[in-house]
Design a protein around this ligand. Structure first.
Ligand code: M6R
Length: 611
């Protein structure tokens, strides 16, 4: 949700900033801009559309300079146009500022600044920031102090970077509620919303805390709080991401690469965490809170989007394997509920990015009320990873396609491990535990088997991709998979799709069914099979077309439905984590047949850092 990158060093800033912006494009891509400085007046270029469009408009000769800030936008306040694109500038065009987040009190601030003579040229909330800094500089403060004073007036969230023509060797960055990370190179220093923007140059990073204001100089930096003059220390950490992990490696899209990575990402999620000799799992990240977890009575899973559907799957798993009363909440709705927490309550946040603003707000609320907060997160160093009391990393590597795929399976499998660990202290037997572990060990082979047959899904997508609407149905563990399949299809192909619990069909949605409205039914041979067949028959009786995701060897299903994709047989509990793979492929191929921008679907951004 907007990406920031800055560079200050000895190399030309422009190519490094453009490279960084391309890495951050998943965060938003409706417009972009760059400001570069080198003793001469700051040069500024903004453009509507993708980074490539910005790049095409820049003359590199004119944009020479070794300091600069850049931004890729996901619009919140104001349409995607050049005026609203960042960097924003002060009235004297000496200060340039980029921002990720939302300034909630921008309207009163804007009125005040306009009354004082400041001229605004955009509709954004951001622009007040640069004018506030300008007003403070006019009163004689240096850039760092002017930024501190400005941010004290602000209600909302921000990651910002500011360039000042009067202080050419300095870039000031600050954050509250939006991520911002400093990269420390050799006589050069960078900052970005995500380390992927600069990981090719340096792996030495400092994660800024909320309310930190950092002054960056070539090869040097210092940090103060928004409130005070005293310097604060932040640890320098080494990140473990290779530049290759950020490439498509021969796949047409990142999404397809990430679907295909799942045999490996499942292995990475469980590596060192399976103890077959004891029929249990080991999760080092939650060992420090294990005693509290063992005595917990209630578990609330909070998350958004695909992570929410993983949470719905997780609820069935925790209920099946443990004694925990489990509920799952959309993080954005969590604050409106009057959930009572005590020392027996656990809140589990699921998040690929670890930056989703709603999920972050939910865990802060839960912490305030005394719950133990755990996280299952992919991005190490992210806000949720740092704010959760304990947790488990997915180790899935960067997920770049906006549609989440490999992290759905990773976070789901980690919930199985968590439930198994707890369940073994409760009623779960060694043999039951061992069967789950064996099924997990077989997952990579099973996923690979389905990926080797991906052409079958391409054929199915060819047959159905012109349908304007789709229904996805499933029961029990596979109900969340139906929801996830529908979300995948709509977000990347823009085909309307709804996920439903199959039992709900006759309570309303079956009215939609006719020969033009196909249904994808997740129908493995488990305890829900007979009821699913009845639901399918009801659809067929109304001329609806049905594609089944069914268990290998189920010959009967062919007599009932129009098309079948077979999935390998495994435990009922693990089946949905296989069933989701063909649904990911179906969404991918349908979107590709429609010629969609699969990795960057319209109106979306990878991490949603505004509430
Ligand atoms: O990073 P998170 O897991 O917290 O993100 C949550 C959702 O924004 C995310 O899953 C979104 O729904 C994806 N576009 C789904 O593919």
């Amino acid at each position: 949700m907007c990406g920031i990158v800055t560079y200050l060093g000895k190399q030309q800033a422009l190519p490094l900033l453009l490279e960084g912006l391309k890495r951050l494009e998943y965060r938003g891509y409706d417009s972009a801009g760059i400001a570069v400085m080198d003793g001469q007046p700051v040069r500024l270029m903004k453009s509507v559309g993708k980074i490539s469009e910005l790049e095409a408009r820049i003359d590199p000769v004119k944009f020479n300079g070794t300091a600069g800030i850049a931004h890729t936008r996901w619009a919140t306040h104001g349409k995607p146009n050049e005026a609203n694109a960042h960097p924003h500038f002060s009235c004297d065009r000496k200060l340039f500022l980029v921002h990720n987040g939302i300034i909630e009190n921008y309207l009163p601030l804007r009125r005040e600044l306009e009354a004082a003579g400041h001229k605004f040229v955009s509709e954004t909330d951001t622009e007040v920031l640069v004018h506030l800094v300008e007003a403070n500089k006019k009163s004689g403060l240096d850039l760092t102090a002017a930024v501190q004073h400005a941010l004290r007036r602000v209600v909302g969230t921000f990651g910002i970077a500011v360039l000042d023509q009067d202080e050419p060797g300095v870039i000031v960055v600050a954050k509250r509620g939006s991520p911002l990370i400093i990269g420390i190179g050799n006589d050069e220093i960078l900052a970005a919303s995500d380390v992927s923007a600069f990981v090719r140059l340096t792996k030495q990073v400092v994660y800024l805390n909320d309310n930190d204001v950092a002054t960056l100089r070539r090869g040097d930096y210092s940090i103060v709080s928004i409130e005070g003059p005293a310097e604060v220390e932040r640890e320098v950490e080494t990140v473990d991401i290779s530049a290759e992990a950020l490439e498509k490696r021969g796949f047409k899209h990142f999404m397809l690469k990430e679907i295909h990575q799942q045999p490996d990402t499942v292995v990475n999620a469980v590596r060192g965490r399976l103890l077959p000799e004891e029929g249990v799992s080991r999760l080092g990240g939650i060992e420090p809170v294990l005693e509290r977890l063992k005595s917990a009575r209630r578990l609330s899973i909070v998350s958004c989007g695909t992570s929410f559907y993983a949470g719905q799957y997780g609820r069935y798993v925790f209920e099946a394997l443990t004694n925990l009363e489990t509920d799952v909440a959309l993080a954005s709705e969590f604050r409106y509920r009057s959930v009572r927490f005590d020392e027996k309550s656990v809140v589990l946040a699921l998040s690929q990015s670890g930056e989703t603003a709603d999920t972050l707000a939910a865990i802060r609320e839960a912490k305030r009320k005394g719950a133990l907060v755990l996280g299952i997160v992919n991005v190490v160093g992210s806000s949720i990873a740092r704010e959760a009391g304990a947790g488990v990393f997915m180790h899935a590597g960067p997920e770049i396609g906006v549609a989440s795929t490999k992290c759905f399976t990773s976070q789901s499998i980690i919930m199985v491990l968590m439930a198994l660990l707890l369940g073994r202290y409760q009623n779960l037997t060694f043999n039951e535990g061992l069967r789950i572990l064996r099924a997990i060990e077989e997952m990579p082979k099973h996923i690979q088997d389905m990926l080797d047959r991906q052409e079958q899904m391409l054929e199915i997508a060819r047959k159905y991709h012109k349908a304007k609407n789709f229904l996805f149905i499933g029961r029990k563990y596979n109900y969340p998979i139906a929801l996830e399949g529908a979300l995948k299809l709509k977000e990347i192909s823009y085909v309307h799709a709804e996920g439903y619990a199959a039992g709900e069909m006759k309570h309303g949605p079956i009215a939609l069914i006719d020969e033009s409205f196909p249904t994808m039914a997740v129908v493995p041979q488990d305890e829900t099979y007979d009821k699913m067949i009845s639901n399918i028959q009801e659809i067929k009786a109304r001329n609806g077309k049905v594609i089944a995701v069914a268990s290998e060897g189920d010959r009967e299903i062919r007599k009932v439905v129009d098309d079948v994709f077979y999935i390998p047989r495994t435990l009922d509990l693990i089946t949905p984590l296989l069933a989701v793979i063909p649904l990911q492929l179906f969404a991918y191929y349908t979107a590709d047949l429609h010629g969609r921008e699969i990795d960057k679907p319209r109106n979306l951004a990878k991490s949603v850092t505004v509430e």
